[in-house]
Design a protein around this ligand. Structure first.
Ligand SMILES: [Zn+2]
Length: 297
């Protein structure tokens, strides 16, 4: 049976000299994100929120007809369906979700929260943190902004137009985990009925896959104006379940994640494991699953 139930994308991406996600700024110093792993090691991270945001932006960009998005998503407002008068005028959770799913591809794929009537629709796409596989190289570069025509002086005379600031830059291999649940596309989570037809579900699925391709082909996060990442490679596995079996997720922090997944495939007979060795291979392998039909409850 060639249907898609769930897909997990697990891989290692190599980003050089990027500053995709930062903790925030203290004075004129911007701090990179630091996270702690199970073994106590501190490493560098890019949050799932940031990665999900990048995926949303790519979906928006790749959608030719922006009229297929709700008013909020048309201008990439995070409120999503909660801004729609048509949704908020509904008197039940069922009809509010129904309206939101019919109106907007991004609300459907990425989820939303409506305050009145109160209802949440979980995202069909999930991202974990991108985690630096030790050793990540970090550096904080000091930059000075100079006014045009200003002469640099050796002494620290008070120069109001000069601003010294510190920018973190990191290089390394990052573990990526993401889960996509195509069986839930168009599915009203209140009454468990599909609100859009199979053809539209497939179009939304294809748009989401394209956004996955695009976000690794060009990763737009923070500070890309001057820290556009030098993306070197992306390799890993695409795990597909074709029947109602939750697609497993194993972190590429585990060096044996591919072998483990292949053993799980053999033991469960419920998943396919597709390896990819480069960015172009990733694009090709994603293309290879884009024409398949989606599992339905
Ligand atoms: Zn929307």
């Amino acid at each position: 049976m060639n249907e898609i139930y769930e897909i997990s994308i697990l891989g290692k991406v190599v980003w050089n000299l990027h500053s995709l996600n930062n903790e925030g700024s203290v004075g004129n110093v911007t701090e990179p994100r630091t996270v702690i792993l199970a073994n106590g090691a501190k490493t560098d991270g890019i949050s799932g929120e940031m990665l999900k945001h990048i995926h949303v932006e790519k979906m928006w960009e790749l959608e030719n007809d922006k009229n297929k998005l709700c008013e909020a998503c048309k201008i990439l407002e995070p409120a999503r369906a909660d801004k729609s008068k048509d949704v908020k005028s509904k008197d039940s959770a069922i009809t509010a979700v129904q309206q939101a799913l019919k109106d907007c591809k991004i609300c459907d794929i990425h989820g939303f929260l409506v305050q009145k009537p109160t209802v949440a629709r979980p995202s069909t796409i999930e991202f974990g943190w991108a985690l630096g596989i030790p050793e990540i190289y970090r550096d904080v570069h000091i930059h000075a902004r100079h006014a045009i025509g200003e002469k640099e002086t050796n002494e620290g005379e008070d120069k109001s137009s000069q601003m010294v600031y510190h920018r973190p830059t990191r290089s390394g291999t990052y573990a990526i985990v993401s889960l996509f649940q195509p069986w839930r596309i168009g599915l009203n989570n209140v009454n468990l009925k599909y609100e859009i037809n199979d053809e539209e579900r497939k179009l939304r699925y294809q748009l989401a896959l394209k956004a996955y391709q695009s976000m690794f082909l060009r990763t737009d996060g923070a500070m890309t104006t001057t820290r556009l990442p030098h993306t070197e490679n992306f390799e890993g596995i695409i795990v597909i379940s074709r029947t109602n079996y939750p697609a497993p997720v194993i972190s590429p922090l585990n060096n044996n994640y591919k072998e483990e997944m292949n053993k799980i495939r053999d033991a469960t007979k419920s998943i396919d494991v597709i390896e990819f060795s480069s960015l172009s291979d990733f694009v090709n392998k994603i293309n290879g699953i884009s024409q398949e039909n989606l599992y339905k409850l």
